[in-house]
Every structure is written in structure tokens, then in C-alpha cells.
Design a protein. Structure first.
Length: 682
């Protein structure tokens, strides 16, 4: 019997909340959003037909508060709740609370959530249903002493994993026995903070393998189908970065075998709804069960684009009681799709998460085969309390090469000004020979960037463009401040056109990388048509035409012609003398050395330990007067659900400690001071 749903509460935020709301609206269903204090003005709040405030920014008091969310659903009259992914989407107690309140939970039953949500129990369960496992240890209730014994039996390297949850949290790779104790401690602490459960399992670490997952869909009538595979091998810190469908390594026979194993796993727990069974795949086409995610996946768009299905729409239909409208034989994979996750993070600094104001968000223009799922907008404050992913950009094509080319082009048209992000890093990954050939494994990033990823230094044209834009912004600012002065007189003097000096430093280039420019208006200019600017340095002269800027105090789109070559991008005067330039998917940050004064950077880097991002101090490992050696953990800061140890760069004595566990700190806040000492002795 089909029971139509008329009103859905989306128990999530950001891009997935926007995604679910869009499908609900397409079905004519009234949508209800929830929001924390940090998300009061977020796009998902305005997109929904109704929105209810549920608590402060801290997730435990808002998006993870079952009682408040169920109460909001009852208050709004919602008959159903869609959990999205993350937060409470794989929480069996949340499902039970919905059942008790008479609210339809758009997802599987609590039994399936609980069993598959516990990695140890899931391993033991699927082993009875002919699903292959990675060698490991998954018995419950054992302390670190027993885990140490089992680690010796399994051998190194191995993986320490939180039994609960996912997303790479509570997970550590351990190369040698000496690193096991620290890994167990960190994994337990991170797992308890993220999932409220510090149970761990051990698995042998498999190298040069692929991470391949199968999307399954099951109804309440016993029907279950596999919708093909997704290759999610490009990861950092066990969190996915790029996903594609189908996998370059999977042929039809292997696809069928993996699909059949995934369906067996799903049927074994009477699964209902959309779910994903994840495997590791080696070069001999052996595959091993990792886990089952009992929810919609972040990367579901690539499956939608190659199958033509709307998975959220199907989730809702299944929750209403409808049977699947197709069988396994009806599933056809057409073309290829690739998705990248746009994170607010700094990949050149260990992928540190970022937060703060978004000065400008400009996604790629609509193009054939390109899709953008986002939940951000210009002017929004990006909170530090939640996951760092802000958008997904997806491209589909008749072939893998065509999809990859379309995605690279789309990234070149994407601009995010404000927090640091991984846009250029994603472009470099897509363009890398290993990815282009389709041979990327879970070790791809370490192989592609063995010394870590580094931003591309500005080209000479980009240096010149930065100088020209700096001049244009300053000229327009002067024009706005002037009274009765024509724009055509800006930069003019009685003895001739003024040559304005700019000494620019690239904050992302090599130390001391400074260029000197003389910039002047070159010919007639006016406020309507913009500026024709001549830029000179020691080696060349170039002409730059810049269109008029709307507001020099905000991020702005520009079109420029550099020596006859037209280009476009986004720029922002982020501080006096500073300019952020986003062009062709790469962001460069410049400052005028004459305005900034002195040498860029922190001269006291080795003696001042500062918070690398907004977050919470979870641990202070040393006290005043302690002596530390290279690599010693000084403190741990948690941000966006991940813990980031801060370590000593050399032998030192701790002079002062300005923070304690539980403190909320901002990026750059001083946590402690050190004095270098000779030697490594404590």
C-alpha cells in the first residue's frame, strides 16, 4: 500500500539539505529545514518552504540532538524525515525515535542501521553470507593489550579503525609496532568525540588497491538491485576527494560479481532504501568487504548521471511504500561521470580545514553534462563547526576522457573567494597522467605528490594582471572619494601620466618572491569603459585592459585583455595593499610589500605555537617548563570533526601555555610559546 508523503523535514544542512529539498519540491512535497544559530542565513534555510531553529552551532546541541529534531518535525506537521548523510543518518536510535513518534524515516530499519553501522559486527555478519573480508580482528570489548597482541598476529602495516561511524574519523594507518599505542589512543579519542563509541577493530593494510563501492536500492517488498559501481580511490586521510562511475578497473563480469555480493549483504539485513556496500579491489580482481553505509552517499550524483535515476526521489517513493519501478535487468550504465568534492581546506598545509566569510561564490556556468550541488553563497559565513565540504562539481560524458575534460573546464570557471580551498588541487589531480590513464589507486595522492601538493606559482601574465587590478581598484576607490573629478583625470599629472609603483609579493610563491611594477593609465579611460593600463617590470612591458569594477571594496568579476589575450576571473582586495586573484581555477594571493611592510610570514614560527584553524582544543600535552623534542605532540585541535596534532619542530622548552582543553580558539590564536634548546634530551 502506498501512503503519500505530503511534508518532509530534512534533518541536515548545506548542499545535501538543498539536494533533498529540490527533489521534494519536484514531487510537490512541502519541505521543512532545520538550522543552528551558525546557519541562520544559510541557503538551505531559505530554499525550504519552512525552517525551524533547533539550537546553537555545536552539532551535539543542534543537528545531532534527536529530541529537538523529532520535536521540530512534530511542530511542523512533517510526516517524514530525510536524514541526508552524516550527522544522524546512520543512528539507529534516531530511527527508533522517529518510529515512536509515528514519523516515517526515509531510510532502512533500525536493525540494519545498527548492524551495518558497527564495523566489527558487520564484518562478522557478512562473512556468513559469502562476502569476502580483509584479514583482521573484530571481536568486541577488548582493551589495547589484546589489540596489540592481535596486531602482532595480523602483521604490519595495518589499519586501526573505529568500529562505529565512517568518513575516515577514528582511523589510523600504523606502519610499525612502535606506532601502535599512539594510534590506538588517537583513534579511540577521535571515535568517541565523533560517534560516542571508542570501540576499535584492526585490519591488514592493503596497498595499491582501489576503493570501489556498489550502490544498492531496495524496497519493502523484497526487491533489491545494484546500480553499478563507483570508484572512490582518490582519497586524503581516508576521505574521498574524487569519485567516478563506472570504475576504469571493473568489467561487466566483475561488476556483476560485486553487485551480487552487495545485494546479498543488503538482503541479509532486510535492507530498505538506498545504501552502499564498499569494497577494496586488488589487481587480481579480488574484492574485500569494507563496510556498508546505510544512507545516501555524498557521491550519489555520479550514479544518477550514468543511470538516469533520481536516487532521492526513489528514496521517497520507497518510504511511501511503492515497489521499485524496475528490475536488475533494466539497469543500464550510459557514459561516464566524475565528481570532485570542493573542500574549504588548505591542501598545501596538510589539508587544514578553513572557515570564515565567503566573499564570492561563483560556480561554473551551466554547460552540457555539468552539475553543481552546493549549499553556499556569496556573503555567507562558513562556520568551523561542521564538515569542510562546501560543494560538489560533477561532469558526465559519453566517454571517460570527455567527462574528465568537461570537469577540468568546469573547475576553471569556478571561483571561491574567502576561505582557502582545494580547487587547484582538484584540477591537478584530474590532469595527472595516473588519473587520466585510469590507474589511480588509494595510494594515488602519495604517488602523484610525494612531497605534498604545492600551489602553482603565478605566471608573469598573472603577476602583471595583479598589478593592473591593484591599480584599477585603487583608481576607482580614488574616483569614489573624489569630488567633481573626472575618471579620465585619474593617474594624470601636469607633467604627464603618473607611473604608480607597485611592489608585489606572492604569499603562495617561494620566499622572497617579489616583483616590482610601474603601472600607469595608457590612453583614454572613463568610468563606463574601464581602464587601459600599461604594466612595466624589469623584463617586459604589457598592456592590460580592465573593465570597470562595480565595487572595489568587494570581490568582483573581471574581464581583462593582456597583450591581446582575453581572460576572465575574480579578484578581491582582501586587505589594504592585498589582492586575491582567482583565474582558471587557481587562486593567487598578493600583497603590496610597501603597504604590508617588512617580510611576509611569521618570523617566530618555531617559538610560537598557534591554532592552525578555528576549532576546539582537545588536548594540551605539555605543561610550562617541560622540555620537548622534534615530533613531540604539544596540543591537539579539533575542527570539522577531525583532530589535528600540533608537534614540536625542534628541541625546546615550554615557556607559557595559554590554552586548555575545551577552549574554542580562532585561527592564528597563540596557544603556547617555546624557547629553543640544544639537543633532543628531555
Amino acid at each position: 500500500m502506498v501512503n503519500p508523503i505530503h511534508r518532509i523535514l530534512v534533518a541536515n544542512r548545506g548542499e545535501i539539505a538543498c539536494r533533498v529539498i529540490a527533489s521534494a519540491k519536484a514531487r510537490g512535497i512541502f519541505s521543512v529545514a532545520i538550522y543552528s544559530d551558525a546557519d541562520r542565513g544559510a541557503p538551505h534555510v531559505r530554499l525550504a518552504d519552512q525552517a525551524i531553529q533547533i539550537g546553537p552551532a555545536r552539532a551535539s546541541e543542534s543537528y545531532l540532538n534527536i529530541e529537538k529534531i523529532v520535536k521540530a518535525a512534530q511542530q511542523s506537521g512533517a510526516e517524514a524525515i530525510h536524514p541526508g548523510y552524516g550527522f544522524l543518518s546512520e543512528n539507529a536510535a534516531f530511527r527508533d525515535a522517529c518510529d515512536a513518534a509515528g514519523i516515517t524515516f526515509i531510510g532502512p530499519k533500525a536493525h540494519a542501521i545498527h548492524l551495518m553501522g558497527d564495523k566489527a559486527e558487520a564484518r562478522r555478519h557478512v562473512a556468513h553470507h559469502n562476502v569476502p573480508l580483509i584479514p583482521g580482528f573484530d571481536e568486541p570489548g577488548h582493551d589495547d593489550a589484546r589489540l596489540t597482541e592481535e596486531a602482532e598476529r595480523i602483521g604490519f602495516p595495518l589499519m586501526v579503525k573505529a568500529s562505529a561511524g565512517g568518513g575516515g574519523r577514528g582511523m589510523r594507518r600504523v606502519e610499525t609496532p612502535e606506532g601502535l599505542s599512539e594510534a590506538l589512543t588517537r583513534a579511540r579519542d577521535e571515535a568517541m568525540g565523533a560517534f560516542g563509541d571508542d570501540a576499535l577493530i584492526l585490519e591488514r593494510a592493503l596497498d595499491n588497491v582501489r576503493h570501489v563501492e556498489i550502490q544498492v536500492l531496495a524496497d519493502a517488498h523484497g526487491n533489491c538491485v545494484a546500480l553499478g559501481e563507483r570508484d572512490c580511490s582518490v582519497q586524503r586521510r581516508h576521505q574521498k576527494v574524487i569519485e567516478e562511475a563506472p570504475s576504469p578497473a571493473v568489467d561487466e563480469d566483475l561488476r556483476n560479481r560485486m553487485g551480487e555480493a552487495a545485494v546479498r549483504a543488503a538482503k541479509s539485513v532486510d535492507y530498505v532504501g538506498a545504501g552502499t556496500v564498499e569494497f577494496l579491489l586488488d589487481h587480481q580482481e579480488n574484492f574485500y568487504f569494507l563496510e556498508m553505509n546505510t544512507r545516501l552517499q555524498v557521491e550519489h550524483p555520479v550514479t544518477e548521471m550514468v543511470t538516469g535515476l533520481d536516487l532521492v526521489d526513489l528514496q521517497i517513493a520507497i518510504a511511501e511504500g511503492a515497489p521499485l519501478p524496475f528490475t536488475q535487468d533494466d539497469v543500464v550504465i550510459q557514459g561516464h561521470a566524475i565528481e570532485v568534492r570542493l573542500y574549504a581546506e588548505d591542501p598545501a598545509a596538510g589539508y587544514l580545514p578553513q572557515s570564515g566569510p565567503i566573499e564570492l561564490w561563483s560556480p561554473p556556468v551551466a554547460a552540457p553534462g555539468v552539475r553543481v550541488d552546493d549549499g553556499i553563497e556569496s556573503g555567507q559565513i562558513l562556520p568551523a563547526d561542521y564538515d569542510a565540504m562546501v560543494a560538489k562539481i560533477v561532469a558526465h560524458g559519453p566517454t571517460r576522457d570527455r567527462a574528465r575534460a568537461r570537469l577540468i573546464a568546469a573547475l576553471g570557471e569556478t571561483h571561491l573567494i574567502g576561505p582557502s580551498h582545494n580547487l587547484a588541487f582538484l584540477s591537478d589531480c584530474l590532469a595527472h597522467d595516473g588519473f587520466a590513464r585510469g590507474t589511480a589507486t588509494t595510494g594515488f595522492l602519495a604517488e602523484a605528490f610525494p612531497d605534498g601538493w604545492r600551489r602553482r606559482d603565478p605566471s608573469r601574465a598573472e603577476w602583471s594582471l595583479a598589478a593592473a587590478l591593484s591599480y584599477a581598484v585603487d583608481a576607482q576607490t580614488a574616483y569614489h572619494a573624489a569630488v567633481g573629478v573626472s575618471a579620465s583625470l585619474l593617474g594624470w599629472a601636469s607633467h604627464g601620466v603618473l607611473n604608480t609603483p607597485y611592489v608585489l609579493r606572492s604569499l603562495h610563491a617561494g620566499e622572497g618572491d617579489v616583483m616590482r611594477f610601474g603601472v600607469r593609465a595608457a590612453g583614454a579611460s572613463n568610468q563606463e569603459e574601464g581602464w587601459h593600463i600599461q604594466v612595466e617590470d624589469r623584463e617586459n612591458t604589457c598592456d592590460v585592459s580592465v573593465e570597470a569594477l562595480v565595487d572595489p571594496n568587494k570581490a568582483f568579476c573581471f574581464t581583462a585583455i593582456i597583450d591581446g589575450i582575453r581572460c576572465g576571473g575574480v579578484a578581491w582586495r582582501h586587505k589594504p595593499g592585498g589582492l586575491t586573484l582567482s583565474i582558471y581555477g587557481v587562486t593567487h594571493v598578493f600583497e603590496d610589500a610597501d603597504v604590508a611592510g617588512g617580510k611576509s610570514g611569521n618570523a617566530a614560527l618555531e617559538t610560537e605555537i598557534k591554532a592552525p584553524m578555528h576549532g576546539e582544543v582537545r588536548e594540551v600535552s605539555v605543561g610550562e617548563g617541560a622540555t620537548v623534542a622534534t615530533g613531540d605532540v604539544l596540543a591537539v585541535v579539533e575542527a570539522m570533526k577531525m583532530q589535528h596534532p600540533l608537534t614540536a619542530l625542534g628541541a625546546a622548552r615550554v615557556e607559557a601555555v595559554m590554552s586548555k582543553p575545551g577552549d574554542q580558539v580562532r585561527a592564528g590564536q597563540l596557544l603556547m610559546t617555546l624557547t629553543p634548546v640544544e639537543g633532543e634530551e628531555r
